[in-house]
Ligand binder design. Structure first.
Ligand code: CMC
Length: 375
């Protein structure tokens, strides 16, 4: 058995299915491309938490419930200020502040999940403002979730077009099978620990560049290349140095990640209506060159574009600094973590795999010398 669990089915879920050969992502029954660009974030969150889309009155109640949970505990702001003084990375701050969401509340799985989903935009937005010497803006219960996140970060109510582009992104990344952070959340809650603990652990897992930390470096590569004719020499040099190209390759997908298509279309719409169209075109050329060179270098391993490449482009177009790309991924993915925790608590057992021991077995502890020796 692979030590990294590649190919191992570790649980069953009704939440999402990743078909890596066909390049299809199904979210609670719906193809990601049918759902993400059109549904409200609140509809998708309801779908994952309750396994069906809400009717209009349920959607209104759910939207209001989430909006009523946006304010952080007072201690949260103390942490944000201390973290800003230390210039802490936003993902570390999200992890610290997420842990505080259980403060002063009775433990309750659904309640914890809704509070985390509602508060993540407030944490990220307020921290970013404090870190940049600006005052956090008050929460706005009247705004939909995606618009509220933009308001928390940028301080003003966004246009409908910007809110829609972000909503498409959040819906696209809301859940993705048993990815590393979701698995981490399920393992934690499988011990009957609480949902806030599980979400806090999942934030830590998402932070790594092999999972949620790739879009910043992916955009850096596009900027480093700068002009189309530099794409080939710069990418060749990276591959010669043994570097991985961020935004390419996936453990499950052997074809193009379908989320990349959804986000590429959203980015194209957004950039063609007033964004930096030349950046979008440069990114397309970088993508084509990267794919060609990856095929040349690794003909045996199909490496295609993953979600992070166009995430970077879309979030940059929306004005997000690259330091907020991974926290914004968390603002979307916290829905999936929450739904997986609830499913695990309802249906799962303790997740406790075995390890293959490959260490020595013949050592003896010498009580006299307090040294070990082999027999
Ligand atoms: N650029 C260059 N070479 C690569 C890349 C890449 N992006 N991805 C894999 N390879 C090579 C790798 O070096 C290895 O070569 P070799 O056999 O000579 O050592 C071979 O392809 C197989 O790689 P692997 O490590 O077995 O593949 P994996 O399934 O463990 O890795 C991955 C999946 C996503 C970690 C990897 O493709 C990668 O590091 N990509 C760049 C980081 C990135 O874009 N991460 C975001 C993932 S999508 C978001 C999410 O869903 O979490």
């Amino acid at each position: 058995m692979a030590a990294d669990l590649e190919g191992v089915v570790a649980t069953s879920t009704r939440l999402s299915h990743v078909d890596g050969e066909a390049g299809r992502l199904t979210i609670a029954g719906y193809a990601v491309e049918d759902l993400a660009p059109y549904a409200r974030f609140e509809e998708v969150a309801f779908l994952l938490l309750y396994a069906r889309l809400p009717d209009p009155s349920e959607l209104a109640r759910f939207t209001q419930d989430l909006a009523g949970r946006r304010a952080l505990p007072r201690a949260g702001f103390d942490v944000l200020r201390a973290a800003a003084a230390a210039q802490a990375p936003p993902m570390d701050v999200l992890r610290m502040a997420a842990a505080l969401l259980s403060l002063g509340r009775q433990e309750n799985p659904l309640d914890d999940a809704l509070t985390a989903i509602a508060c993540f935009p407030t944490i990220v937005g307020a921290y970013w403002r404090v870190r940049n010497g600006e005052a956090p803006v008050p929460v706005r219960p009247d705004l939909p979730h995606a618009a509220h996140y933009l308001q928390q970060v940028f301080g003003a109510e966004p246009s409908a077009e910007r809110a829609r582009a972000l909503e498409t992104y959040l819906n696209t990344v809301c859940d993705h099978g048993l990815n590393a952070s979701t698995f981490a959340a399920r393992v934690i809650v499988s011990t009957r620990s609480d949902v806030i603990s599980a979400i806090t652990g999942a934030v830590g897992a998402l932070k790594g560049p092999l999972h949620g930390g790739a879009p910043g470096p992916a955009l850096d590569m596009v900027f480093e290349i700068g002009t189309p004719e530099r794409a080939e020499p710069v990418i060749r040099a990276k591959l010669d140095r043994g570097e991985r190209l961020m935004g390419f390759g996936h453990r499950i997908y052997r074809v193009r990640d379908p989320r990349a298509d959804v986000l590429a279309q959203a980015a194209q719409r957004f950039y063609s209506s007033g964004g930096d169209q030349s950046l979008y075109e440069l990114a397309q050329q970088v993508e084509a060159t990267a794919l060609r060179l990856l095929r040349e270098r690794k003909p045996e391993r199909r490496l295609d574009t993953n979600v992070e490449f166009y995430t970077a482009l879309l979030l940059h177009g929306l004005g997000f600094p690259s330091a907020l790309f991974t926290p914004t991924f968390a603002v979307g993915r916290v829905v999936g973590w929450s739904a997986h925790c609830l499913e695990q608590l309802r249906e799962g057992r303790l997740i406790r795999p075995q390890s293959a021991y490959v260490g020595p077995t013949d050592l003896h502890y010498d009580r006299g010398t307090r040294h070990t020796r082999s027999q």
